[in-house]
Design a protein around this ligand. Structure first.
Ligand code: TYM
Length: 334
């Protein structure tokens, strides 16, 4: 089993990233069997699709590394690195650009969302972004990719690219990766709008809970979260058509390792005025230790860089045989 996943180092780690992906990364790392490996990386090469100054980008990579370690990624057990330090990703991306089809990329909903109305003005990098993501996964022959639901389509594309490459060149080179998507927290929604996903790019900071938010900020964001005037229902079925209420119950259920039904049963008939403080407390308890570790780790840039450099050396060694075989299959002499 080879586990791999990545996160863009832009802005802060938020609750959606944590519950949708990172918690699963830590779980898979902790339950790893002998002979299995976990690769986790900061997708800084992907982040070129967002314009940022040099200093900010450097800070973001170190901060996201600190956040992942604070959340439980252990660089001695998992290979933790940033993509720019492992050129194999970009090299394989270029080779796969010969395999990926424009029609496939045109169907990517994330590109459509991010490009918005001005498609002609979007960067080429944004368009081929999913090919680099396929290269990230295929260069390690990853078998399991823990992600939130929004990445499902990119994973399907990676499988399509792998299949076409293997067929076109008559090789059994790339492994088809399986997405690992959590049941209860695959899609954490904005606190301001239960139909939009919680995201780093939402202009309203009240829409998300960041890893850096202090206890008061967390309590305040939960208190101000949008809800409806109805009380909590007896079962999760009663949350149908109530996206904000469903989201808050889902977050509570995930944090307390219960089903949404069990949470509804515990709070049935109570209003959100009673539920929100309980949810806030649970969030504060979960996030405070992570935040405290993060704040301490982010003060030592040299230590963070050393972790990433060491991880990159291991990652490069793991990627090299597949990359070499891909060049060879295509008749490209190095
Ligand atoms: P990114 O940086 O947008 O998000 C990192 C992880 O967090 C998950 N996530 C969410 N899950 C539930 N609810 C939400 N509101 C929410 N918001 C984000 C994402 O699904 C993701 O798992 N393209 C990727 C990074 C990437 C990658 C890869 C992932 C690059 N190469 C290879 C896996 C394998 C991205 O932008 O994730």
């Amino acid at each position: 089993m080879r586990v791999l996943s990545g996160i863009q180092p832009t802005g802060n780690l938020h609750l959606g990233n944590y519950l949708g992906a990172i918690r699963n990364w830590v779980r898979m790392q902790d339950e790893m069997e002998p002979g299995s490996q976990c690769f986790f990386f900061l997708a800084d090469m992907h982040s070129i699709t967002i314009h940022e100054g040099r200093e900010q980008r450097i800070r973001n990579v170190r901060d996201m590394a600190a956040a992942l370690v604070a959340a439980g990624i252990d660089p001695d057990r998992s290979v933790l690195f940033n993509q720019a330090r492992v050129p194999a990703h970009a090299e394989l991306c270029w080779l796969l650009n010969g395999t990926a089809r424009i029609g496939w990329l045109n169907r990517m909903t994330q590109f459509k969302d991010k490009a918005g109305k001005d498609r002609e003005g979007a960067s080429v990098g944004l368009f081929v972004y999913p090919v680099l993501q396929a290269a990230d996964i295929l260069v390690y022959n990853a078998t399991h990719v823990p992600v939130g639901e929004d990445q499902k389509q990119h994973l399907e594309l990676a499988r399509d690219i792998a299949t076409k490459f293997n067929t076109d060149f008559g090789v059994e080179l790339f492994t088809l990766p399986d997405p690992i998507i959590p049941k209860e927290s695959a899609r954490i929604m904005s606190l301001r709008d239960g139909t939009a996903k919680m995201s780093k790019s939402d202009p309203s900071d009240m829409s998300r809970i960041n890893l850096t938010d202090d206890d008061d900020a967390i309590m305040q964001k939960v208190r101000k979260a949008k809800t409806d005037p109805e009380p909590l229902p007896e079962t999760a079925e009663g949350l149908a058509g109530r996206p904000e209420a469903g989201n808050l119950v889902g977050i509570y259920a995930t944090l307390s390792n219960q089903t949404a039904d069990a949470v509804c049963a515990a709070f049935a008939g109570q209003g959100f005025g009673a539920f929100k403080p309980a949810l806030g407390e649970l969030l504060v308890e979960t996030l405070r230790p992570i935040r405290e570790r993060f704040m301490a780790l982010r003060t030592d840039d040299a230590a963070l860089d050393a972790i990433l450099e060491k991880g990159a050396a291991k990652a490069s060694a793991a990627a090299e045989p597949t990359l070499r075989a891909a060049y060879d299959a295509m008749g490209l002499m190095r």
